[in-house]
Design a protein around this ligand. Structure first.
Ligand code: HEC
Ligand code: HEC
Length: 451
């Protein structure tokens, strides 16, 4: 009945986490069989709710979560809202030549018809990636990127999938060569950023600062000036890709249409059905989902350890504990030389990030916009559907607790089957029509690049 793998053992304890060894298991009752008194009050869960009956505090929280405005400006990327940069980014996004084998593009894992995810528990590029691919729709609203927040901008993140041997297995010099070689890309790039001050003859086939020894040696043979020029191409490519990704908007969902109608004083009954409305009341009320899934993005942008169960034999993912270190040391972060605002707010935040032992196993609260379109769920894709996620919150069965600093917000909700259904129904109202993207002709279909 319950799909969550029950496991209280941790197979690997990372250095630095010794203080957090304590492992305990909370809540092991079956969902649906309420073990606390609140079960009795739930007879009402099948009856319709009139707006006037909703607790005004709950209603206010709901209305504050809509609408989603345009993404915040990104001062670290001067080209963030530059239409020509977005157009170059769109072409690059679908171009498998960014990968080492010419077969994997960003769209392999961020597919337009899957709300820019891939439907897999863990993404598949050249090999199986470490985590589940989050959606890119409305992602420009985040402050920290990736499940562990190891990038502080969308553009700064770009080199990671390109050079990750499990994902695209490409490299920054190969990318630079592509932009020099392809007349169309070269032209577009030069119009926005100026001509690339390098020639193909200057560049080895592959060179990068981290990776296989041959590429690293080739990188070390380049002059610092050429290394910087290549890195500049990486940053500009990222800035174009980010400009494109900023255009990926989910658009108004049924929840937004409901919130708009209610804000205008209407007693609207046709936009959300009774079950969805009961789910909404749970979400912003006693289920306390809004504690973390707050604001119009339905994410507080912070990192929490909700202790999702870890499958037997797998090491636990350190999450933000490592992400905090990675973002501070990232040469492509907001405070680095490729940022367009090294003294701005994000740069100050990133410079000040501390590695906190309490952040072990914490992940960024995901947005719930479009969530009905993006199974499976969680950073490891371990929960196949929304009902499984809600059942987890309901029982916390299998939850892994790490030390006494564990998230205090979560306690088993002990929801009945009707409430689980209602909450899931509400979550499915959070997807808008989705972005309409013109997929470049050359990247349609399964054929690998002809290069
Ligand atoms: C092999 C699959 C794969 C490919 C190819 C890939 N990604 Fe991703 N992407 C992922 C995964 C998995 C994550 C989450 C990584 C993590 O948190 O550790 C991710 C995360 C992201 C994020 C962060 C989103 C957020 O909500 O924080 C952005 C932005 C992104 N990818 C953009 C891109 C771009 C641009 C490309 C192409 C240059 C690309 N990705 C290629 C799988 C992929
Ligand atoms: C303490 C903060 C917190 C609270 C409270 C909370 N969540 Fe979450 N939620 C998270 C975090 C963090 C994750 C990602 C965890 C991970 O991947 O390990 C998450 C993941 C999810 C996901 C998976 C989304 C995806 O794209 O993978 C769903 C759905 C979800 N929560 C719904 C809910 C609902 C419904 C409630 C109320 C019953 C709730 N959450 C309460 C923090 C919270």
């Amino acid at each position: 009945m319950n799909v969550i793998v029950f496991n209280s053992k941790r197979s690997k304890v990372p250095v630095g986490a010794v203080l957090l060894l304590a492992v305990s298991v909370v809540g092991c009752g079956d969902w649906g069989e309420g073990s606390t008194s609140s079960g009795a009050e739930r007879g009402a869960s099948t009856s319709p709710i009139a707006i006037a009956e909703i607790d005004p505090v709950v209603l206010r929280r709901a209305l504050k979560s809509s609408p989603l405005p345009a993404p915040p400006s990104d001062s670290t990327n001067r080209y963030a809202d530059h239409p020509e940069a977005a157009e170059l980014g769109r072409r690059l996004f679908f171009d498998p030549r960014l990968s080492g084998t010419g077969e994997v593009s960003c769209a392999t894992c961020h597919q337009p018809d899957r709300w820019f995810t891939d439907g897999l528990a863990k993404s598949m590029g050249l090999d199986t990636a470490d985590r589940h691919a989050p959606t890119l729709v409305d992602a420009a609203h985040h402050r920290w990127f990736n499940w562990d927040g190891r990038s502080d901008s969308m553009w700064g993140h770009t080199i990671r999938p390109i050079e990750n041997p499990l994902e695209m297995g490409g490299d920054r010099t190969l990318l630079t060569r592509l932009l020099l070689e392809d007349p169309e890309l070269n032209n577009r790039y030069a119009k926005i950023f100026g001509a690339i001050p390098l020639s193909l003859a200057d560049l080895p086939a592959s060179a990068r600062p981290i990776g296989d020894s041959q590429s690293v040696e080739a990188w070390e043979r380049l002059t610092p000036v050429d290394q910087d020029r290549i890195n500049r191409v990486v940053a500009n490519t990222g800035k174009s890709l980010a400009a494109f990704q900023r255009t990926l908007r989910g658009g108004p969902s049924r929840f937004d249409r409901w919130a708009e109608a209610i804000s205008k004083g209407s007693d609207e009954k046709s936009i959300l059905n009774a079950s969805e409305l009961r789910g909404l009341v749970l979400f912003f009320g006693k289920a306390e989902c809004w504690e973390c899934h707050s604001g119009p993005l339905l994410s507080d942008g912070e990192f929490h350890n909700i202790g999702i169960p870890v499958a037997e034999g797998l090491p636990r993912d350190p999450g933000r504990y490592d992400g905090s270190l990675l973002v501070r040391e990232d040469p492509f972060n907001a405070a680095g030389q490729y940022s367009d605002d090294v003294d701005g707010r994000q740069a100050i935040l990133s410079r000040g990030v501390k590695r906190d032992p309490d952040a072990w196993g914490a992940f960024r609260t995901p947005t719930l916009r479009g969530v009905g379109r993006t199974p499976p769920y969680m950073h490891d894709g371990s929960m196949p559907d929304l009902e499984s996620v809600i059942r987890f919150y309901s029982t916390l069965e299998g939850a892994v607790q790490l030390g006494h600093h564990q998230e205090s917000v979560l306690s088993p909700l002990d929801l009945d089957a009707g409430e689980i259904k209602d909450l899931a129904a509400f979550l499915r109202t959070l997807a808008g029509p989705g972005p309409e993207i013109d997929v470049p002709e050359s990247s349609r279909g399964e054929e690998p690049s002809t290069e």
